[in-house]
Design a binder for this molecule. Structure first.
Ligand SMILES: Cc1cc2nc3c(=O)[nH]c(=O)nc-3n(C[C@H](O)[C@H](O)[C@H](O)COP(=O)(O)OP(=O)(O)OC[C@H]3O[C@@H](n4cnc5c(N)ncnc54)[C@H](O)[C@@H]3O)c2cc1C
Length: 165
């Protein structure tokens, strides 16, 4: 069973950069991700939207090709083709994060972590819950997080909170 110095929840730009840096600093790192590696930015936000904008940009250039001394005839927008390109670009970027995780020996753990940290500092909270169906690795992580947070809660003189499921 793997033991981790750091568990990162989510592999978006915030998560994967933190995970890689922590690994570079010598920590054993695991990242729990409920969807695709790379988060919203790589999979649905920044990257695929810019890929779509690029297609629109090329189409606009073609419409004004004659302004540039270029003759372009019989072209038309292929929306499914644009969307496919956008999805392919996003998938490629997500694979890039997967490669970086492997290179930096970071474990990718598929699953959802349910957190209820409001009203209490995350540092002292032991209110971190993982769904039962997630595999045994995450169950072990849950125990370790719970123990570590319990210890911190004691140190902070915070009242212990019960785990929920
Ligand atoms: C349409 C759109 C266009 C955008 N364009 C730009 C842009 O051009 N430039 C720019 O700078 N920003 C842009 N953004 C904003 C950018 O996407 C966010 O700032 C960025 O994704 C935030 O990164 P993050 O790591 O904080 O979170 P996210 O990218 O949201 O990643 C969070 C990850 O955590 C996972 N996760 C969440 N909760 C759990 C859980 N409990 N257990 C396990 N996994 C979990 C999610 O599945 C997700 O993969 C855009 C956003 C959108 C929606």
């Amino acid at each position: 069973m793997s033991k981790y110095d750091l568990i990162v929840i989510g592999s978006g730009p915030g998560g994967y950069v933190a995970a890689i840096r922590a690994s570079q600093l010598g920590m054993k790192v695991g990242v729990v991700e409920k969807a695709e590696l790379g988060g919203i930015c790589l999979n649905w936000g920044c990257i695929p939207t810019k890929a779509l904008l690029k297609s629109a940009n090329v189409f606009e250039y073609l419409q004004h090709a004659s302004d540039y001394g270029i003759e372009a005839k019989d072209f038309k927008a292929d929306l499914p083709g644009m969307v496919k390109r956008s999805r392919d670009v996003a998938a490629g970027m997500s694979k890039g994060v997967q490669f970086l995780f492997k290179k930096n020996k970071i474990d990718q753990i598929a699953g959802t972590v349910l957190t209820h940290l409001s009203g209490m500092s995350a540092r002292c909270s032991r209110h971190i819950v993982v769904r039962r169906k997630i595999d045994a690795v995450v169950t072990e992580i849950r125990r370790e997080i719970s123990e570590a947070c319990s210890k911190m809660a004691d140190e902070c003189n915070e009242p212990a909170l019960d785990e929920q499921d």
